[in-house]
Design a binder for this molecule. Structure first.
Ligand SMILES: [Fe+2]
Length: 427
């Protein structure tokens, strides 16, 4: 038999395969329901190795790690006697679950050279939070573009791969091309949350706030709040509201879908998105209640007690600094490890300096990271947290023209009306 991407697959019944294909489609669209679909697939055929692997991946992305680990172990046992494509497919996930991202990335990249339409395996290296996105390497955005450029011709009129390539185009500054391809992808499947997500990014990069806010608000109305991107898309909605000067809209979006009290998504999204929007709100002149910061600091300490996920660590440090939790902050600043731990350490020290309004010390730490912020992970829109922070530090030091020049040269889309009190935003 063959899966919906034309890969030979070992499965005992058509009904098991149908549920598997449904799970793949749901997972690639970041829709709610992938776990249930893969679960149904393995209920129809308990010996279905790739069904168990798909289930493991979907469980992982819904935050159910113990069940996910059990599923990948079952897949590994079953895959041993299958063909090389299915064996390697499972091995990619085994390496991921074993906490070996470099080996997983290398295997995925070589696997898709032989099996480019093995979409679930290919997905591991795609997207912003994928194995390339979190490689910690300089130039990882260009690497992602090269990766999706090589895969795209193998996928024909496929909405998922188009949306992944459109994302790569967006993050390397090719905004018009990204928007065109994303609209083509969304015309094929307008409920692909990855498509709606990076259409929002393209609109952000184009500075198209009014249309962006309208589009996302309409799209989110029909998106299941258990979907993996619901919290992050709510962050985008909060950001649109902030750039629109709508303070009530910012808090409504945070409290409905972003913050620890509301979000049902992965802890990395809850932490990073909440920290970023709270600090960006402060920069734009909104006042943030201290309990928001202390609640987030507690959340970060609970879900990320040890360092290692550099993008999360950078935001945990911000929450700890703003909450006045010096011990937690110092731990990150002194010990951060992970794919960009060497950059997390100065960023953490910068947050501490900012919290005590030592702007010169903050500047001295931030200049160590501004030349290679992509190593920290995240989209350009997410890393604008650092761009805006850096500009604000310059402003506080009286270097107003340098602050403007920094935005104009590094992030021109923010330069016309910087969302910073004293540079553009009204307090
Ligand atoms: Fe995003």
């Amino acid at each position: 038999m063959q899966d919906s991407y034309g890969n030979e697959i070992t499965v005992a019944s058509q009904s098991a395969l149908d549920h598997y294909d449904l799970g793949v489609r749901s997972f690639l669209a970041a829709d709610y329901g992938a776990v249930e679909a893969f679960q149904a697939a393995v209920e129809h055929d308990d010996s279905f190795a790739l069904g168990h692997a798909g289930l493991a991946r979907a469980l992982m992305m819904s935050g159910q790690m113990p069940l996910a680990k059990a599923a990948i172990e079952r897949a590994q046992t079953l895959a041993a006697k299958l063909d090389i494509r299915q064996c390697q497919h499972v091995e990619c996930f085994v390496l991921l679950f074993a906490g070996q991202p470099q080996k997983a990335r290398a295997l995925v990249k070589s696997h898709v050279r032989d099996y480019p339409r093995d979409a679930l395996a290919a997905q591991l290296c795609s997207n912003v939070f994928g194995l390339i996105g979190f490689s910690g390497e300089v130039g990882r955005e260009a690497e992602l573009l090269a990766y999706t450029s090589a895969l795209l011709p193998h996928y024909g009129e496929d909405w998922w791969m188009m949306s992944m390539h459109a994302l790569s185009l967006c993050e390397t500054g090719q905004i018009d091309a990204s928007m065109q391809l994303m609209d083509k992808s969304l015309a094929l499947n307008d409920r692909n949350a990855n498509g709606a997500h990076f259409k929002s990014h393209a609109q952000y990069e184009a500075g198209d706030a009014a249309a962006g806010r309208r589009y996302l608000s309409d799209w989110l109305a029909d998106y299941d709040d258990r979907g993996v991107l619901h919290g992050h898309l709510s962050w985008h909605a909060a950001l649109w509201a902030l750039h629109d000067g709508d303070a009530a809209g910012v808090w409504a979006a945070i409290d409905a879908g972003v913050g620890p009290q509301a979000a049902k998504g992965l802890p990395i999204n809850v932490l990073t998105d909440t920290a970023a929007i709270l600090y960006r709100a402060e920069l734009a002149g909104l006042s943030v209640a201290p309990e928001r910061w202390s609640g987030l600091s507690d959340y970060a300490a609970k879900f990320f007690p040890e360092t290692g996920q550099s993008f999360a660590d950078m935001h945990a440090a911000l929450a700890h600094a703003m909450a006045g939790n010096g011990d937690r902050l110092a731990y990150i600043g002194d010990t951060a490890k992970g794919f960009a731990g060497d950059l997390v350490q100065p960023v953490a020290r910068a947050w501490g300096a900012i919290a005590r309004q030592d702007w010169q010390a903050a500047l001295e730490e931030l200049v160590l990271v501004m030349s290679s912020t992509e190593r920290l992970g995240g989209s350009r829109a997410q890393r604008d947290l650092l761009e805006l922070t850096y500009a604000n530090v310059l402003l506080k030091l009286g270097l107003t023209e340098e602050a403007r020049r920094s935005l104009t040269t590094r992030r021109p889309v923010l330069a016309a009306a910087p969302p910073i009190v004293g540079l553009g935003a009204q307090p």
